[in-house]
Write a protein that binds this ligand. Structure first.
Ligand code: GS8
Length: 219
């Protein structure tokens, strides 16, 4: 019998969306459990005692933490005939390079645009747009970051599309104008059921980002 698969998650989590998309790409049945992050469940604390964060994939009795690792685990465990990560060592290394860029460069810049105001936000916006352009340059004329096929980097990056409306509204700019190839890529990804089902409504997310921003700015 197949082992049970549970995803501990939170609806607005960019990182949780990655796991949802990967599971759906591979056609894995899973139980989606929403956590209250202000009152974490004993299961969450037991399964990720180090970071105490979602997403956590529980496969049988084994916890897998950290979204990049979760996506790779899903890729190695299910649907080997349609891999997300390339098997060629160099292409694999390149995909990992872009994953690192997204989490360690692009995401921190995005947080500055979200959480700052005035001059700091203007400066942050410039840097964020530079990052978007770097990503758009890597996409080039390909259909997906993975080439002809939707792959690992697409899975990691597409959740950010649900933030575009919120960021554009907060910081008054247009991603489509700055990066005309990136939005069609996102729309192409959104045509996939795995993605469409996993991303929240952009307007609902904007309201959430506004509320969380107030809370974080007050701290
Ligand atoms: C980040 C997970 C994370 O930040 C990953 O999985 O890639 N590097 C990790 N999770 C957040 C929710 S999403 O913003 C979280 O669980 N926060 C709870 C807390 O910090 O207490």
């Amino acid at each position: 019998m197949a082992e049970e698969v549970i995803l501990l998650d939170f609806w607005s989590s960019l990182f949780g969306m990655r796991a949802r998309i990967a599971l759906r790409e591979k056609g894995v049945e899973f139980e989606w459990r929403e956590e209250d992050l202000s009152n974490k469940s004993p299961l969450l604390l037991k399964m990720n005692p180090v970071h105490k964060k979602i997403p956590i994939l529980i496969h049988g009795d084994k916890p897998i933490c950290e979204s990049l690792i979760i996506v790779q685990y899903i890729d190695m465990t299910w649907g080997r005939e349609s891999p997300l990560l390339p098997s060629d060592p160099y292409e694999h290394a390149c995909a990992k390079f872009w994953a690192d860029y997204v989490d360690n460069k692009f995401y921190p810049e995005l947080r500055i645009v979200w959480l700052s105001t005035g001059e700091a936000q203007e400066a942050g916006k410039k840097k964020f747009i530079e990052c978007l352009k770097v990503l758009e340059g890597e996409l080039g004329d390909k259909a997906y970051f993975g080439g002809e096929r939707f792959g690992y980097v697409d899975v990691l990056l597409i959740p950010f599309y649900s933030w575009f409306y919120g960021l554009e509204t907060l910081a008054n700019f247009s991603i489509k104008e700055e990066c005309p190839k990136l939005v069609p890529w996102a729309k192409r990804c959104m045509q996939r059921e795995s993605v469409a089902k996993s991303l929240p409504d952009q307007y609902k997310l904007y309201e959430f980002l506004l509320e969380l921003r107030k809370k974080l700015q007050a701290q």
